[in-house]
Design a protein around this ligand. Structure first.
Ligand SMILES: Nc1nc2c(ncn2[C@@H]2O[C@H](COP(=O)(O)OP(=O)(O)O)[C@@H](O)[C@H]2O)c(=O)[nH]1
Ligand SMILES: [Mg+2]
Length: 279
């Protein structure tokens, strides 16, 4: 008899996704029901949606009991939504996330899940040889992505080619250990997550994945502003882990509030107090 597989919780952050999310939820629910020999739960984490994403998710959830939703009224951002979703980590052995637009399909995600047997975290990569891009991002997005990668590498030295691919899966133990150090609510959340895992001594495997860029991205519509916010969040992360941070924490507080408010970006969680151990 074949061994059961670890229980799996898949989070999907969603903001105004009523047009794109339904087929993705059905595809994941059906694929995992047919192909996964462990408990599977899919939780959509919504916040501040101005459309009927919640209605669409509830309709699918009524037909597929593995699907459910968590909704937050405040504009907590994609990172903020994932920080909330990751609080559900005790529900499963493995916790992962993908985007609501189906850029990563269930088959590609399951490949990452199965690799997680040997690592604490497995992340999909669009920039490693072997990646299959059925539809690439626009050249502007790819250019922005490589500039961002250069900044992340220069400041944090993680040697990860694609920190931003939203196809990641982690062991519960790793998520629980680092959750308190997840402070970034915007799209640089992934960098914060990976940096915390590295600092915690957890193993990360970057694996070429299959990817189809989808129309309807909200990030592309606000690329300049999103990129600036992400850049500032990576600099902030660097500062938080610098020796100077105990002296910078106080003066930076009001500046941070002003910057994120001015840029209409979700506010990060406050950095650790000097007496708190930096994890
Ligand atoms: N919960 C939540 N999800 C968000 C927010 N902003 C973006 N997302 C989700 O993040 C994912 C990526 O967004 P998308 O516009 O496709 O960006 P792209 O694929 O990077 O171009 C999608 O699942 C969005 O619904 C947000 O503020 N809150
Ligand atoms: Mg997308």
């Amino acid at each position: 008899m074949t061994q059961p597989e670890p229980s799996l919780l898949l989070l999907i952050p969603a903001y105004n996704e009523e047009e794109r999310i339904a087929p993705v939820l059905v595809e994941f629910a059906e694929y995992f029901q047919a192909n996964y020999r462990g408990k599977f739960q899919l939780v959509v984490v919504l916040n501040g949606c101005r459309d009927n994403t919640i209605g669409v998710v509830q309709r699918i959830a009524a037909q597929h009991p593995t699907v459910s939703a968590m909704e937050f009224k405040d504009p907590i951002g994609k990172g903020g939504a994932l920080i909330e979703g990751l609080k559900l980590a005790p529900l499963a052995d493995l916790i992962g996330y993908v985007d609501a637009d189906g850029a990563t399909g269930p088959k590609a995600f399951l490949q990452l899940v199965r690799l997680c047997a040997g690592y604490d975290c497995v992340i999909g990569s669009r920039w490693l040889p072997g990646a299959v891009l059925h539809q690439s991002q626009t050249w502007m997005r790819r250019f922005a992505s490589r500039c961002f990668h250069a900044v992340v590498q220069a400041l944090l030295w993680m040697n990860i080619q694609d920190t931003q691919c939203p196809a990641k899966v982690m062991r519960r133990t790793a998520v629980e250990k680092i959750h308190g150090s997840l402070l970034t609510a915007d799209l640089a959340f992934d960098v914060n997550l990976l940096y915390s895992l590295k600092r915690g001594g957890f193993t990360i495997r970057e694996e070429p994945t299959e990817w189809t860029d989808k129309a309807g991205s909200k990030v592309t519509q606000t690329l300049m502003r999103s990129s600036l916010v992400m850049f500032l969040s990576v600099v902030r992360l660097r500062l938080i882990y610098s020796r100077l941070y105990p002296y910078l924490r106080k003066p930076l507080g009001p500046l941070e509030t002003w910057v994120y408010q001015t840029l209409h970006a979700p506010r990060p969680r406050p950095g650790p107090r000097p007496e708190e151990e930096q994890k």
